[in-house]
Structure formats: C-alpha cells, structure tokens
Design a protein around this ligand. Structure first.
Ligand code: 9D3
Length: 229
C-alpha cells in the first residue's frame, strides 16, 4: 500500500511513523508513506494557505488553490488514485470496519486540515470521502490521520505476527477483551483466577467468553445487539 498525506505539518508525522509496527511495515515494504507540505505549493511571497471566510465569521479557511496544486502533484506520484480521504470533524465516524475496508486498497491519499475548515470546493472538486475519529475537538487533522494509518497498517498482511492477527477477529466481532494475567500468581493480595491455572482449556475458553460478554455489558453496552422486551 502507498499512503500520501497532504498536511501543513509534515514534521508531526515523523516520530509516530518511526516506531514499532509502522516502522517495520515500511522497512519490509508492506507500506510506503510520504508527506507533502501544502505550503510548498503556494506561489505568493508570504506562502499563504488560509484566508478569511466569505460571509464573515470567526477563524480562517484553508484555500483551495495550494491544496489542489499539492493534490495534483501527489496524485501523479503513483499510477492509481486510490481513496481520497479528508480528515474532518463532520466526517463519518471511524470504526474497525472502515479500517478493514481501507486495508484492501493499494493507495490512500489523506488530507489533514487546520483552521476552521477547508474551502468546500476542495471536498467537491476532489470528490473526497470524509472521516472523523470521534466526537471531540482536535486542533487539526494530523493526529486523526495518524490514528487512521495506525489502524489500517496493522491490518496489512505481514504487518503483525500471525499469532496476533487471529486474535483480532475477537475485536472485529465487537466484544471487549477478557482480563489478562501474567506472573506473579499473587500480587498485592490479588490472586490470578484459579481457572487460568487449571490447564482445562475448554473451561478457560468458556470463562474468557463469559468475561468478555460481562465486561461489554457493563462498560460498552452500546456494542451489544439491542435487548428484546
Ligand atoms: C466550532 C466548530 N468546530 C467544528 C467542530 C471547528 C473546528 C474544530 C476543530 C474545525 C476543525 C477542527 C480540527 N479538527 C480536525 O481537523 C479533525 C477532527 C476533530 O477535531 N475531531 C475528530 N476527528 C477529526 S478529523 C479532523
């Protein structure tokens, strides 16, 4: 997969992409990630990328011209356009199913904004999808783009060890995880549940399943199908 990111803050992406799974996936050629700085496509003396909104109001709006020039440059860097995604607060809420859907693409072009928003003609002219990562206010789209990349890249074949990819099915299934324990057997008067030491794998599986259901009902009832009556 190739991922291009259009941003005003390419440096924000450096550290997250340099660690752990994301670095290894790039080293192994599973994904290649490139940043393009929207400001590099300005032609005026002040490298201006934002301007005041027509009709008035607070805040500034990302101008369409440098963004389109940046996009047209980036588009040509690979043979296919893939999916074009703007990170915006009014986008579709990002979920695991969307991550799985995006992981099947061979290219993504992500656009991270700043200021009050994008000039509407950016979305219309690029026919871009919009994604939000949740109902809280960020300072820009960069961290949202990184969240999306993190969730998608770990789903690419080979990005994780095989042992973990199987485990993921359980989250894709929509339940919270059962509790985990490791050594020591007693820590500050808290014991590891006896069943986990029993060696009875069928009983352990049943206990974990029941724990998953109980925790989901307690902490994330919204994940369960609506109860009848
Ligand atoms: C007062 C209106 N605000 C909209 C909620 C303005 C506004 C706030 C924050 C406009 C842009 C932003 C910057 N946020 C993002 O670019 C963003 C975001 C987010 O804030 N929350 C969740 N997902 C995302 S994806 C991009």
């Amino acid at each position: 997969m190739r991922i291009d990111i259009l941003t005003l803050f390419p440096e924000m992406f450096e550290s997250p992409l340099k660690h752990s799974i994301l670095q290894r996936a790039q080293d192994q050629g599973i994904v290649s990630i490139a940043m393009a700085n929207i400001r590099d496509f300005t032609t005026d003396k002040y490298h201006k990328v934002d301007d005041r909104p027509y009709g008035g109001g607070a805040g500034m709006v990302l101008m369409p011209v440098p963004l389109f020039d940046c996009f047209e440059h980036v588009e040509k860097l690979a043979p296919t356009r893939g999916r074009v995604i703007m990170l915006t607060p009014q986008g579709e809420p990002f979920r695991q199913a969307k991550a799985q859907d995006l992981a099947r693409e061979d290219r993504l072009i992500l656009i991270a904004g700043r200021y009050e928003g994008f000039d509407e003609r950016i979305r219309l002219g690029l026919n871009a999808e919009q994604i939000s990562i949740g109902d809280y206010v960020l300072n820009g789209g960069e961290l949202a783009a990184m969240v999306l990349i993190d969730a998608v890249v770990r789903l690419l074949p080979g990005a994780l060890g095989d042992e973990m990819s199987a485990q993921d099915e359980s989250f894709a299934e929509g339940l919270l995880e059962y509790p985990h324990y490791t050594r020591p057997e007693v820590f500050r008067d808290m014991r590891v549940p006896k069943i986990l030491l029993s060696g009875d794998h069928a009983k352990i599986a049943a206990w974990r399943r029941q724990q998953s259901l109980e925790r989901t009902r307690m902490w994330r009832p919204d994940l369960l199908p609506p109860a009848h009556e």
